[in-house]
Ligand binder design. Structure first.
Ligand code: SAH
Length: 397
């Protein structure tokens, strides 16, 4: 056992969640830390009686004071450890997402792949890496070397420009780490083509977590007039038109995203006159459409995170209710609402209640015909329910 002087000792009884395989050790569970570990360095976690439980990454400023790397005091966390974990994550993906029609997917999904703080998305032949915690930061070089070795991909981009790094005492960082990024990266998803701005786009460039939902929702879009709110670069819009939608109106506040959405029509040989692109605030535009007396056969609502944590849940709930109420009212009889929340602070149960409340207030009778979640390349560790962030409902009125 190397490094045993750097130790984190838990308070009595606070080893329970660790033993239940939950990866987070909160500051309140920590009795003391010995050996003065550096930020991100590995510490041996012991229970109050001194029994060694496993290794964790130390995070001195975060209320999540440590994140477990393993539950095996004899397994050293080193380059070989990361290679092994990353290889396992990649192997699992191969069994889940058939290659061919799709060349882009999430390879590593942080805690749920046993690698807290590490997100890796593959866009065709480019990897985009997000390092979110001190532990992943500590092993950054090792992790990137392992990724290049195991995937054979030469172009690697870092997009660690996210707010959560602040909680870990880390500054944002982004840029090309190796290879050359040719402006946009063209990807294929379920046979459709999209341009991804891996350097400046939102998140790591594209919302890969919605791949299956774009497919499922668009299967219901044939012959329908569709309103796609928070459309980003037109994912759901392109899918809907490719599946025979009669017309698609797409709304987003980002002019760059809309421009890319328009370009995606030509890229997929879809007629431009079936698509209308509206730059604006969805909360306002839904009211404008209502006041104009417009109606649709399908409304898609895929807003950004209104509530990253439970603390913002109440305000977020009002936002979700507002757009869902307005969206439902724009639907013709028999119409379909595909509505999503990617807020960690809003549970699936609460989300359903909010949508039910919106329907009630709108005076609309509706039923859930399918519940949706994030794609299988964004798995949820069974012991880590926090990993389940995306929920969606297909509702028919
Ligand atoms: N459905 C998309 C992803 C949506 S991400 C896809 O499948 O790719 C959320 C989008 O909402 C972003 O593009 C962001 O620019 C946009 N957005 C955020 N707040 C907004 C608002 N108030 N009005 C309109 N668009 C907004």
């Amino acid at each position: 056992m190397k490094n045993t002087k750097k130790t984190l000792i838990l308070k009595p009884g606070r080893d329970r969640s660790v033993l239940a395989r939950h990866p987070w050790v909160f500051s309140g569970a920590v009795d003391r830390v010995e050996g003065n570990p550096a930020s991100g360095e590995s510490v041996l976690v012991r229970d109050a009686s001194g029994l060694a439980l496993g290794w964790a990454a130390y995070s001195p400023t975060s209320s999540i004071r440590a994140r477990m790397w393993n539950l095996n005091p004899d397994e050293i966390v080193d380059g070989g450890f990361f290679e092994g974990r990353i290889q396992q994550a990649i192997t699992r993906r191969l069994a889940l997402v058939p290659v061919g029609e799709t060349d882009s997917l999430r390879l590593v999904h942080a805690e749920s792949d046993g690698l807290p703080g590490l997100v890796v998305d593959r866009y065709a032949d480019t990897l985009v890496v997000q390092i979110l915690t001190t532990g992943a930061e500590f092993w950054r070089e090792v992790i990137i070397d392992a990724l290049v070795k195991l995937t054979g991909v030469q172009t690697v981009v870092e997009r660690s420009d996210v707010d959560v790094r602040q909680l870990e005492g880390l500054a944002p960082r982004s840029g090309v780490l190796s290879g050359q990024v040719p402006g946009m990266v063209e990807i294929r998803e379920n046979g459709l083509r999209f341009q991804v701005d891996v350097l400046n786009g939102q998140k790591t460039g594209f919302y890969l977590d919605q791949r299956r939902n774009r497919q499922r929702v668009s299967e219901l879009a044939a012959g329908r007039e569709v309103l796609n709110c928070f459309c980003y670069t037109g994912g759901f819009s392109i899918y809907a038109l490719a599946h025979g939608a009669k017309q698609v109106v797409s709304v987003d506040s980002s002019a760059e995203a809309l421009e890319m959405g328009q370009a995606h029509l030509a890229l997929n040989s879809l007629p431009a006159d079936l698509a209308e692109w509206v730059e604006g605030d969805v909360f306002k535009e839904l009211r404008t459409l209502r006041d104009q007396g417009r109606s649709f056969d399908m409304v898609i609502l895929d807003p950004p995170k209104f509530a990253p944590t439970a603390a913002q849940a109440e305000r977020a709930a009002r936002g979700y209710k507002d757009i869902n109420l307005l969206g439902l009212k724009l639907l013709r009889p028999g119409g379909i609402l595909a509505t999503f929340s990617c807020s960690g602070g809003i549970s699936a149960e609460l989300f359903q209640k909010i949508v039910a409340g919106a329907a009630l207030d709108a005076g609309i009778d509706a039923r859930i015909v399918q519940t949706l979640t994030q794609g299988p390349d964004h798995p949820v560790g069974l012991a880590f329910p926090e990993g389940a962030y995306l929920k969606g409902l297909i509702v028919q009125v």
